[in-house]
Design a protein around this ligand. Structure first.
Ligand code: 8DG
Length: 172
């Protein structure tokens, strides 16, 4: 007889790995996920030619994928202030935000976990970016759709990359 009882989640919450013992395989976020902010850091907001992509080193499920540096907004924190803070923590640079890469939703782009992310273009006003936290590699890439999409982005970021290229296109 099956040991599955009504109400048992379809996705197991724990898996047994003979090498490391039980671990959490997938834990849905409870409640509303915290909003996320990301920075499309360009060389110069007035005439951008390249954007800074960052490769995640953690968590395991995202490691190796490229993203916009940034992170979660703290409760009560202004999203733009949160983004400046996150980029300082992660890359060790101070940025000045410019335009929003607008989504078709005021709270931003839908991410894989149901959170929404607002993305802003930005330029560095102080410091030399280094992968200090959460990333193992940074790369300046031409603001060209094909060149950017060659990277292995977090899937939810691909439409944002296209929108960024459109936004910074002369006349965009
Ligand atoms: N920073 C960033 N996060 C992204 C992007 N695309 C995307 O799906 N995400 C997801 C990955 C994470 O689930 C979430 C951001 O969480 P995070 O781990 O970077 O946040 P955080 O630095 O504040 O870290 P913590 O509070 O969880 O320790 O958004 C992106 O381009 N940039």
């Amino acid at each position: 007889m099956s040991d599955i009882t009504p109400g048992t989640p379809a996705v197991p919450l724990h898996v047994e790995d003979p090498n490391v013992g039980p671990r959490v395989a997938f834990r849905p976020e409870s409640g509303t996920p915290r909003p996320v902010v990301g920075a499309a850091v360009v060389d110069e907001v007035a005439a951008p030619t390249v954007v800074l992509a960052a490769r995640r080193s953690a968590p395991e499920v995202l490691a190796g994928l490229w993203e916009f540096p940034g992170g979660k907004v703290e409760p009560g924190e202004d999203p733009r202030a949160a983004l400046v803070r996150e980029v300082r923590e992660e890359l060790g640079v101070h940025i000045r935000l410019d335009r929003e890469v607008a989504a078709d939703h005021p709270e931003g782009w839908l991410l894989g976990n149901g959170a929404r992310m607002r993305v802003f273009t930005a330029e560095i006003v102080e410091g030399d970016p280094q992968p200090l936290e959460d990333h193992d590699r940074l790369e300046w890439r031409a603001l060209d759709r094909a060149a950017l999409q060659e990277l292995d982005w977090i899937p939810a970021d691909r439409p944002i990359v296209d929108a960024l290229v459109e936004l910074v296109r002369p006349g965009g």
